[in-house]
Design a protein around this ligand. Structure first.
Ligand code: KIV
Ligand code: ZN
Length: 558
């Protein structure tokens, strides 16, 4: 039993805001988005991204359409400093993208941060200090006056240092860290002093970022705090109000949406809600929430799976299967009544009319997904599900996305044949689908050889019965085999790879490797799986590659 909390915790007080306007407003346009995946999102990983992963993430953020990207905390680590230098010196920053770097409001850190930005075409310097009472009293032992002076001194120094680098187009961002726990009149006083010191004008606005560093109240309180600041800040026309919600109470998305209704113009967050503790607000959910209301989000998530796999690769953290819009299960209906309603919905949905689908808030096709209705009975129910039966009877442990894909194949079969399906029938279907022996492309053999620092492969396959010997090179056997297929006009990419062993005896003998390869094909939306089983791991991988090629039907297209 949880203890009675009333002597330990207290409710956050309501904000005195008579005649609040935000409850009757609706959001009509996308905010300015700022991704902090490479800063807040990065500092909170078990294994922060190395330079290569940061670059992969940066390029993807640019492709998605972010125009403001917080790329690092240069004074915090050499990797972060070097990353900014590489972006600038090697010309990786598109003309319409502005990079942002974060610094604490301390002189030596500001100087180091400004050094990292030398030569940038444009940049936003983001400076912060904590303003709330617990931080003033417990953490820093500073008076209100000293906290205010700290912010003003930092901004004066940044102003001086930016003037010394006139070839860069500068903007200032200031965050009163722990804003939501700060007395509003003091937060306003500090923010106004910053605006004044920077000399913000309507054509050179200062960004005042008002973070819910820790989410401490219901989302309506955040909205009240934002509307209050918007009404009271000096030089409102020279200020961009920005939101930076964290998700400690699980309401960051709601708080952000209400904050936008309360007059904020800009939002900082991370893809899929990465970031310190429970994360920053999830920018994908926010953008697609807007999209579902008919508002162009200005961020392109039309291939959400590729974004998801890249984020998983860069952060080394999996995305929850029920994560809004992107989880493996969110366009899957398990219940018969849901499946029935969706089926009926699809049968009457017109291409040119409003989306009006039971249980599916957006069209999965808009984010490059498809609707998977899964006939699946889990192990607890005693009847056995597709995945459960394959695992238990044949030792095949499918990755989750393959489960979804293969369940569709099973469903098609049961739809046309009717009745129940046995484990043996499921295995037959699995073999026909993925382990095809008489498919258009058949694997024969391979021979590996060294090629300088690279791996070479001579790959023998039959295409429609005609034997072809293909040669390719790469970092390893799989990349070499993928490249070898180019010789036959086959262009596929490997998106994810999993290998499991199956059918081992008690002493581990006679184990077979089972490889699952999720693949994409140039010019084709979506991904599909190939599967290969062999006692040799490399042979299993190449068989999986060929299996995927057959699944795509590339050879029919040729
Ligand atoms: O959460 C926060 O307050 C921050 C600031 C540094 C903006 O990340
Ligand atoms: Zn933060």
């Amino acid at each position: 039993m949880l203890k009675n909390p009333s002597s330990k915790y207290r409710a956050f007080p309501a904000i005195n805001l008579p005649n609040r306007q935000w409850p009757s407003r609706t959001i009509t346009q996308a905010p300015i988005w700022m991704s902090t995946d490479l800063r807040d999102g990065n500092q909170s990983l078990f294994e922060p991204m190395n330079g290569a992963r940061k670059m992969q993430m940066f390029k993807m953020l640019c492709d998605i359409g972010f125009k403001e990207i917080e790329v690092s905390f240069p004074s915090a680590s050499q990797t972060d400093f070097d990353f900014v230098r590489t972006l600038i010196e090697d010309g990786h920053i598109p003309d319409d993208v502005t990079i942002i770097v974060l610094t604490q409001a301390r002189e030596h850190l500001i100087r180091r941060t400004m050094e990292s930005l030398r030569g940038a075409k444009k940049a936003i310097v983001h400076v912060y200090n904590a303003t709330s009472e617990p931080f003033r009293d417990i953490v820093f032992n500073l008076s209100k006056r000293e906290v205010l002076e700290m912010a003003v001194n930092a901004v004066s120094l940044i102003k001086q240092l930016t003037a010394e680098q006139p070839s860069t187009e500068w903007q200032l961002e200031y965050s009163p860290e722990t804003f939501t726990a700060t007395e509003l009149d003091f937060a306003k006083e500090v923010c106004d002093a910053v605006t004044e010191t920077w000399g913000a004008t309507p054509s050179n606005k200062v960004i005042l970022n008002l973070p819910a560093t820790v989410e401490v109240a219901t989302p309506n309180v955040y909205a009240d705090q934002i509307e209050w600041m918007g009404r009271h800040l000096a030089r409102r026309d020279s200020v961009i109000i920005s939101l930076h919600p964290h998700n400690d109470r699980g309401t960051a998305v709601a708080a952000t949406e209400l904050g936008l209704m309360a007059g904020a113009e800009r939002v900082e967050g991370c893809l899929f809600g990465h970031g310190e503790r429970t994360g920053n607000v999830d920018l994908v959910t926010l953008a697609l929430n807007l999209y579902s209301q008919g508002i162009t989000p200005n961020l392109d998530f039309s291939d959400i799976d590729t974004v998801a796999r890249t984020v998983e690769h860069c952060t080394q953290l999996p995305i929850h299967p029920r994560h809004p819009y992107v989880g493996d299960l969110v366009f899957t209906a398990f219940s018969g009544s849901h499946q029935d309603a969706i089926k009926k919905g699809f049968s009457v949905q017109q291409a040119d009319s409003y989306w009006n689908m039971p249980y599916l808030p957006i069209d999965p096709a808009d984010v490059g997904r498809s609707y998977d209705s899964v006939i699946r009975v889990n192990s607890q129910s005693g009847k056995g599900g597709v995945a459960y039966l394959l695992e238990n009877s044949y030792g095949v442990v499918m990755p989750r996305r393959l489960q979804v894909e293969f369940s569709g194949v099973v469903q098609q079969h049961t739809d046309s044949v009717g009745g129940e399906i046995s484990a043996q029938q499921i295995w037959q279907l699995f073999s026909q689908t993925y382990l095809q022996s008489n498919a258009p492309v058949c694997y024969r053999e391979y021979h590996l050889f060294e090629h300088g620092k690279n791996q070479g492969i001579r790959l023998v396959i039959d295409i429609h019965g005609v034997t072809q010997v293909l040669t390719g090179y790469g970092n390893g056997p799989i990349e070499a085999a993928v490249n070898a297929l180019h010789g036959a006009g086959i262009y596929v990419q490997v998106r994810s790879y999993e290998e499991r062993s199956m059918n081992a005896d008690v002493d581990g003998a006679n184990a077979q490797a089972c490889t699952f390869m999720e693949m994409t094909q140039q010019g084709v939306t979506g991904a599909c799986y190939g599967v290969g089983i062999d006692s040799n791991m490399i042979s299993a991988s190449i068989k999986a590659l060929v299996s995927g090629v057959n699944r795509f039907g590339v050879v029919e297209i040729m």
